[in-house]
Design a protein around this ligand. Structure first.
Ligand code: SF4
Length: 298
């Protein structure tokens, strides 16, 4: 615990006093294999992304050497990753052993949440009926896995699209009622403009949606969103890309995320967690508090 606090203090000193761009958050697309088939996801099961065990360890080690102290695994579905008998639990242990302070796993929650020393971000697509329509009757399995998780550090995450945005309140109430999640985070569907036009919410609807999310937060629901990030998302005026975030595939390390080469995607970026980090790095007190609270649960 002392080492963790010291490490965050050093990070804070270099970032906020010396104004250095110290890497903060490293993501790994550990595989694009997935056991679900969500309509809005175009990156699943392409066979393009799959780390070997040795590649993965080397990439984690190099990210640590560049300064990263928070790590997340994404996919595809990270919990299905394996290589020659090695599994994700070994990579989490490896990352922790070399000094990563936080490890997050983005998962669809259909596999047991059995890896200790990590935080889970479980994707849910709406209240049960809507989720099951989009993700094929997996809601009850997910809740069972969350209930039996080896850790209490589990967050729910929803990607808002045209298919679920109108069910926001019901979703938040239903998920909160389970008392299984530490918090609820969200993204606004971020994709090619033509995909967002077909499946996403319009800019005006987006503002209304953000206002509704903020209202729910004000009512006391555990939504992961600071005032600074809410405003930045609503005004779409936050500074991007974020140099302190990187995302690694087996072939390339991207600054911020895989869409860095697509300005039209970045222009309407709805990755709320990235906005939160951008606001924290801009020293917005509410974002600093929000991130500390999230990390503090780790
Ligand atoms: S879409 Fe652009 S701004 Fe958003 S996270 Fe990706 S690279 Fe960063």
């Amino acid at each position: 615990m002392v080492g963790k606090v010291a490490s965050w203090l050093v990070y804070g000193f270099r970032t906020f006093i010396l104004r250095q761009e110290v890497p903060y958050l490293f993501g790994m697309v550990i595989t694009d294999k997935c056991n679900l088939n969500c309509f809005y996801c175009e990156s699943k099961n392409s066979g393009r992304y799959h780390f070997s065990f040795e590649q993965a360890k080397k990439t984690i080690q190099e990210a640590y050497a560049r300064g990263h102290r928070s790590l997340y695994f994404t996919g595809g579905e990270p919990m299905v990753w394996e290589d020659d008998g090695h599994n994700l639990e070994e990579l989490v242990r490896f990352a922790r052993d070399i000094g990563f302070l936080e490890v997050f796993i983005f998962t669809n929650g259909t596999r047991p949440l059995s890896i200790a020393n990590s935080n889970y971000i479980v994707t849910i697509d709406g209240p049960k009926d809507i989720h099951d329509k989009i993700r094929g009757n997996s809601y009850d399995v997910i809740l069972r896995n969350v209930r039996n998780a080896v850790t209490k550090k589990v967050f729910a995450s929803i990607t808002f699209s045209r298919a679920n945005a109108q069910h926001l309140r019901r979703f938040v109430e239903e998920v909160s009622d389970t008392k299984l999640f530490k918090g609820i985070s969200f993204n606004l569907l971020t994709h090619w403009p033509e995909i967002v036009q077909t499946h996403g919410v319009s800019l005006e609807e987006r503002k209304r949606l953000l206002d509704d999310i903020w209202r729910l937060k004000s009512e006391g629901y555990p939504i992961v969103l600071s005032r600074a990030a809410y405003k930045a998302l609503r005004n779409n005026d936050w500074k991007r890309p974020i140099p302190q975030i990187e995302l690694g595939t087996k072939d390339r390390i991207f600054q911020c995320c895989r869409d860095i080469d697509n300005p039209s995607v970045c222009a309407q970026c709805g990755y709320a967690n990235c906005v939160e980090v951008s606001q924290m790095l801009s020293l917005k007190p509410s974002a600093l508090w929000q991130v500390l609270r999230m990390v503090g649960t780790a």
